[in-house]
Write a protein that binds this ligand. Sequence first.
Ligand code: DX5
Ligand code: ZN
Length: 271
Amino acid sequence: MGSPTPPGRDRPATVIAPSILSADFAALGAAAAAMTAAGADALHVDAMDGHFVDNLTLGPPVVAALAAATSLPLDVHMMLSDPGAWVGRFAAAGAASLTFHLETCYADGGASYDAATPTRAMTDAELAAARSLCAKIRDAGVRVGVALRPATPVHDVAALVASGDVDMVLVMSVEPGFGGQSFMAGVLPKVAALRAAAAGGPGLAIQVDGGVSPDTVGAVATAGANCVVAGSAVFGAPDPPRVISILRAAVDDAASAAAAVPAAAVPTAVA
Ligand code: DX5
Ligand code: ZN
């Protein structure tokens, strides 16, 4: 699986996905229409359960209402402790992609996650649980995304990508839960490692979410992301279309610059 890589680029098509977490929740239909007019490619929808993260947002009924209001693909980021329980309902509501957190597949459900310490490698049983969740999402007819919290290393998801189970990897550049946090540049080597590992194969969609703005998108794009989520930077701007076009130009420029670099110059290590 994966997404095709257009000629002259090193990665799939650019996707700018404003996060409706920063929109006016009393006017989501208007926000979706404004983002369509502003040139967005998708809408990022942050579903939080008050357990996996310390915030509570929305679920399938809101996704269904959005799906009726917009033709933009709905990219649902499931910050939920039991994502598998919600796959069918989000798919039926009209989600185009469903991204679950890899940490939820750990035997302890991710409870031992420590932002200050890289997470240990997954056991075979934990990886099998992640594979089965990927399959459940794909069987529901929806694109499969896997998200990594900032301290979660890349090797386990790289294994899922290599076996063709995953369409998109979401590298979080803030701890999930809230919009408007500061960008964590320390996660970018994970993006670079995933892009390098995907080189030569079917294109891998790599999304970066958290603190992305015109100031930080250059580093995100250079690292290899093709999909950028931005909440406060878009919805908080006086001119959202301008922000979206800046984000798009940064990713497009980096995609063509990287395609011009000889393959031997690209690092291949997966950390
Ligand atoms: C955070 C969410 C993000 C959030 C990003 O948990 O996953 O999608 O909306 O907001 P900004 O772009 O403001 O960091
Ligand atoms: Zn998100």
